[in-house]
Design a protein around this ligand. Structure first.
Ligand code: ITT
Length: 194
């Protein structure tokens, strides 16, 4: 089955391909010549995941998978959450986001955080599947590791005992918010096919 991945984030696209590449024939926005920036005006990960999946499906007519995700930091009252991509302002800049996070966390004693992902596979109105996943960790006080993308070098995974920047993509995908959200979505997809 062909599925269009509704993301402009190359880090996400790579992970989704690693996790789902054998189960589906995945197409990127570039593959189908689509250049769309959906306005992410939702207040929750789910609202934004719906906006992206629906918006890109309407432009393409192809079953569409979206991911809305982010980092929630306890000491920051759960921020940046749905604003994770634009924490340090527009346009998205990972270095500036990480620098701002380090600055805001400079004196924080509670460093607990989690990554959250909500994925939606949209086949049409009233015909969609949702998957959700989380993974917990701590915000480091310096960039650690070169792998992954976004906040990965500042996220020490409680389960891997290293930063996501130091983990291999296989290690990360196995326990990550996105890996878990996609796994739960895939189980529901298999039910739907029965
Ligand atoms: P699309 O909307 O085009 O998919 P985006 O990057 O704008 O791309 P989001 O609105 O869902 O996507 O923002 C997610 C942000 O949260 C992302 O830009 C990173 O800063 C952060 N993030 C999410 N998952 C992450 C991960 O696995 N590792 C590191 N940072 C992550």
């Amino acid at each position: 089955m062909k599925i269009l991945v509704a993301t402009n984030n190359q880090g996400k696209l790579r992970e989704i391909e690693q996790i789902f590449g054998e189960s589906f024939e995945l197409l990127s926005m570039r593959d189908v010549g689509l250049e769309i920036e959906v306005d992410e005006i939702g207040e929750t990960f789910l609202e934004n995941a719906f906006l992206k999946a629906k918006g890109v499906f309407e432009a393409s007519g192809i079953p569409t998978l979206s991911d809305d995700s982010g980092l929630c930091v306890e000491a920051l009252g759960g921020a940046p959450a749905v604003q994770s991509a634009y924490f340090a302002g527009y346009p998205t800049n990972n270095e500036k986001n990480n620098a701002l996070l380090l600055e805001k966390m400079a004196n924080a004693i509670n460093r607990n955080a989690k990554f959250v992902s909500t994925v939606v596979l949209w086949f049409g109105e009233n015909d969609y599947i949702i998957g959700e996943g989380e993974t917990t960790g701590k915000i480091l006080d310096k960039l650690t590791g070169e792998g992954g993308f976004g906040y990965d070098p500042l996220f020490y995974s409680n389960e891997l005992n290293c930063s996501f920047g130091e983990a291999t993509s296989e290690e990360k995908n196995k326990i990550s918010h996105r890996g878990r959200a996609l796994k739960s979505l895939f189980e529901k997809f298999q039910e739907r096919q029965k």
